[in-house]
Ligand binder design. Structure first.
Ligand code: FAD
Length: 425
């Protein structure tokens, strides 16, 4: 494991008071790492800690799977597949202008060449993603990360596993130290009695972790508070007003407070505040669903059904089942047809799991960019920074993002590994 660089201490020109907008994984990680250098942080959160995508996600810390979302297979799906409400990737028939702009960019980036370029950008972040969790743990964050043991991706037939094996080869070719191997269905079922005999093949991936998302994010909030940071819940930020020597953060209540700098980490709503500071990349809600169910025998770690695009994670004594990629407006109501589609997709593969006894049915918005790369760094204003747009991987990459972004805020320049994620690209 490489040793993480300490953050620079506050210099004469460094911001001493920083506002962070959004108390999700990315905002709270950034706040924590800013505190490492002695910055006074105030986190403004419209609802409550982990109110956004950081609540109901699958909790996987799987850097070996962390890759750009636009990939050549997306083009093979075809329009017919994505227009069905039962498809794991769903597009509404009536697309608005913003969605069309996002989709045009997304399709343009779904080529092998662009995917390779995006993947090469991810590798330095993926390499340090788990280490950043260890820094948080060593610094007193009580939330736990768990070894995923043998992380199992499950398929009906051996030939169905080929797509994932090819992708993992490409991830390894890009420089990621991914360790994986094909496994027979028999062996996978012997390891995980929760799998039925419909699982005829698997891919084992090693060295990954997972966490309990709401518990972890709350522990991060607790650590930020314990170090003197303020987290103001119920404080939606409506505007930022530049003043000489600072920025006024104006809340929807009309109250405002001055800070030296602001970090925007407000998830799928990032463009609403960042747009006026030159951030032109669309951020589209890639809505996902989850719920939890009881299991006679919980699996020892996460289970992945790539063809059904369903993720299962043992959390808090139940199995969290998550999936679906629905390109619809953030804030639209939960669509029960998507929950039904996830249930139907996963039912043949799970033994001893009561899919009817569902709790915490949830929909949340992955903040997706058209090129599949997050937005991390400075904007056109020297006092406004952004951290977000991680799509499927904001939990795994939240802490390393916070660490590198805090460095950028303090030094006024971004570390080299953030260059591809320039929010002004
Ligand atoms: C079904 C599903 C499964 C997933 N599984 C995984 C996984 O296994 N591993 C992984 O790494 N990632 C996963 N993800 C993705 C991950 O959840 C997101 O990338 C991540 O949570 C984004 O974090 P964030 O902090 O950027 O945004 P959010 O968690 O959405 O936080 C943004 C916060 O900003 C607040 N906010 C918005 N506007 C304002 C405003 N104007 N003023 C104040 N506050 C505001 C919101 O209330 C919210 O709390 C999954 C996502 C889904 C939907």
């Amino acid at each position: 494991m490489s040793v993480s660089k300490p953050l620079p201490a506050l210099g004469a020109g460094s911001p001493r008071s920083v506002a962070v907008v959004g108390a999700g994984m990315v905002g709270l990680s950034t706040a924590w790492f800013l505190q490492e250098a002695g910055v006074q942080v105030t986190v403004y959160e419209r609802d409550h800690v982990a109110a956004g995508a950081s609540w109901g996600n699958a909790g996987w810390l799987t850097p070996d799977l962390t890759a750009p979302l636009p990939e050549p297979a997306v083009l093979r799906y075809g329009l017919r597949a994505v227009l069905s409400p039962r498809s794991p990737v769903y597009l509404p028939l009536r697309a608005d202008r913003q969605l069309l702009r996002f989709l045009t960019g997304f399709v343009a980036h779904s080529t092998p060449r662009r995917w390779r370029r995006g993947m090469a950008a991810y590798v330095p972040l993926n390499d340090r993603a788990l280490e950043a969790f260890d820094v948080l743990a060593a610094g007193g964050v009580s939330g736990q990360t768990h070894s995923a043991g043998t992380f199992l991706a499950c398929f009906r037939r051996e030939r169905d596993a080929q797509g994932l094996l090819t992708e993992l080869d490409a991830i390894r070719d890009a420089g990621q130290n991914a360790t994986f191997a094909p496994m027979t269905g028999w062996k996978a079922r012997a390891m995980e009695p929760a799998l039925t005999d419909q699982v005829g093949a698997a891919v084992a991936i090693y060295g990954q972790r997972y966490l309990h998302p709401p518990e972890y994010v709350r522990s991060l909030a607790q650590a930020v508070r314990a170090r003197g940071g303020q987290i103001v819940e119920g404080a939606g930020v409506a505007d930022l007003q530049h003043q000489s020597g600072g920025v006024n953060v104006v809340c929807t209540t009309g109250e405002s407070r001055r800070h030296d700098a602001v970090v925007l980490a407000n998830g799928a709503e990032l463009p609403q505040l960042a747009g006026r500071y030159g951030v032109r990349q669309p951020v589209q809600a890639g809505r996902g669903y989850s719920f939890s169910v009881p299991a006679e025998q919980l699996p020892g770690g996460p289970l992945y059904f790539p063809q059904q695009r369903v993720a299962c994670t043992p959390l808090g004594g139940r199995l969290r089942v998550a999936g679906m990629m629905e390109f619809r407006r953030h804030g639209d109501p939960l669509d029960p047809r998507r929950i039904a589609a996830i249930v139907d997709a996963v039912r043949p593969f799970l033994n001893g799991v009561d899919l009817e006894d569902r709790r915490n049915e949830w929909v949340g918005s992955r903040p997706c960019t058209a090129d599949g790369l997050p937005l991390i760094g400075a904007t056109a204003s020297p006092r406004v920074f952004v951290g977000g747009g991680h799509g499927m991987w904001g939990i795994a990459l939240g802490p390393i993002t916070g660490q590198l972004l805090a460095h950028t805020v303090l030094k006024g320049e971004a570390p080299a590994e953030l260059a591809p994620f320039d929010p002004l690209r």
